[in-house]
Write a protein that binds this ligand. Structure first.
Ligand code: BGC
Length: 381
């Protein structure tokens, strides 16, 4: 054997020996879950980050602070994985900045309650007015700022995280001790599924959601994303973003997303509702037969081919186009989030339901169980 052949042989033997130790690629035969420390809050509560990975290499990073979806990496039409949510690289970002609820679990009441008050059982309850004269997303310290207890969950074709939080009676002004659970599951069908449940010790109101901001291109603004919302009606808002109570037809208005339409196509029209919302920041009344899981919205990003479908058991969805992002936040990888860098599809009961008897009820009584599911499904075209 000449020298060259011998070194080639040695090299091949070496490679063979090394192969079992080669780093695993993203795609594994089983979905995986990895836990790592992610820092601590100002009160010195430790925070963990769990990374869920399915067999396609799709990755969801979820931390125990706020139950926040820190990261979501999904493939484009060529299989290229890219981050599609807005947020920060480290816990510090979420703690320091006045974060606009990037990726967070929202409670007890997602969206607004007019004048920060409501009545139940003849008693009036006062809440923080943390958005003008309204109460927004559970108040000053909503569920997005709680440290949740995490338990790993392993399914046949999925992997996930069960998050529990016990909200004391009177927290942020709400009645009843609320025992809340949110289970995030990442399936091998590239779905991020969230099962929310809650029970209470006193009559109260509950409206849980997730506040992920998506950008399916992974960069730039979201104006070219094409959106379909499965809704013939929406709930128009007053100047204070509180629904007027009307369920208005979308026909002939820029709120009509029955046919897929680019977000940017009409967003700057001098339409009263768009002017009030500073863009899209409204609740759509979903078309549905019953409260089973059904398609609420579909979003396609033409350049990457990435598609997001949102399924929910909820009667409404808040479509928010990042109107209040203004370039002051530096997020992941130093990216500056300009206006409309991301959009949210917050599945929910309608805003201000506790003060709107004609809206589906958000009341939860002792002995009842609040249970609702939302699925974010990713694919590429
Ligand atoms: C609301 C916006 C609000 C934003 C906060 C959205 O859910 O609809 O009005 O500004 O959350 O980041």
């Amino acid at each position: 054997m000449n020298k060259l052949n011998r070194s080639l042989l040695l090299w091949l033997v070496g490679l063979e020996l090394l192969l079992p130790f080669a780093p695993a690629s993203n795609a594994a035969s089983q979905p995986q879950i990895r836990k790592q420390p992610f820092g601590a809050t100002a009160e010195k509560k430790t925070v963990d980050l769990y990374t869920l990975t399915n067999i396609n290499g799709v990755e969801a990073g979820i931390m125990t602070y706020g139950g926040i979806v820190v990261s979501l990496k999904v493939p484009d039409r060529k299989g290229k994985l890219q981050e599609v949510t807005l947020g920060y690289d480290s816990l510090d970002g979420y703690l320091k900045n006045n974060t606009p609820y990037f990726g967070a679990l929202i409670g007890r009441y997602g969206n607004r309650i007019g004048k920060g008050k409501f009545s139940l059982g003849g008693r009036e309850f006062l809440l923080a007015t943390n958005s003008g004269e309204s109460h927004l997303h559970g108040g000053n310290r909503g569920f997005d700022k709680a440290v949740w207890k995490a338990t790993e969950v392993r399914g046949q074709r999925s992997v996930g995280l069960k998050l529990d939080y016990l909200s004391p009676d009177g927290e942020e002004g709400y009645p009843g001790t609320l025992s809340v659970t949110a289970v995030y599951m990442l399936t091998n069908d590239n779905e991020l599924k969230i099962d929310y449940s809650a029970t209470t010790t006193k009559e109260t109101v509950v409206n849980l959601t997730n506040h992920a901001y998506f950008n399916l291109a992974g960069d730039g603004n979201i104006l070219k994303h094409e959106v379909m919302i499965n809704a013939d009606r929406f709930t128009p808002i007053s100047e204070t973003f509180i629904p007027t109570g009307e369920l208005r037809s979308v026909k002939g208005t820029p709120m009509d997303f029955i046919q897929p339409t680019a977000i940017g196509a009409r967003i700057n029209q001098k339409d009263e509702q768009l002017v009030r919302g500073n863009g899209y920041d409204h609740n759509w009344v979903l078309n549905r037969k019953d409260s089973s899981l059904s398609l609420a919205a579909r979003v396609e990003e033409p350049a990457s081919g990435r598609v997001l479908e949102v399924f929910t058991m909820e009667p409404g969805v808040q479509f928010y186009t990042g109107n209040f992002l203004d370039g002051t936040i530096k997020g992941k990888g130093g990216k500056v989030y300009q206006q409309r860098a991301g959009f949210c599809l917050e599945t929910q009961h309608f805003p201000d339901s506790p003060n709107k008897p004609n809206f589906p009820s958000t009341i939860l009584k002792p002995g009842q169980k609040y249970a609702t599911t939302t699925v974010y499904k990713f694919s590429a075209k």
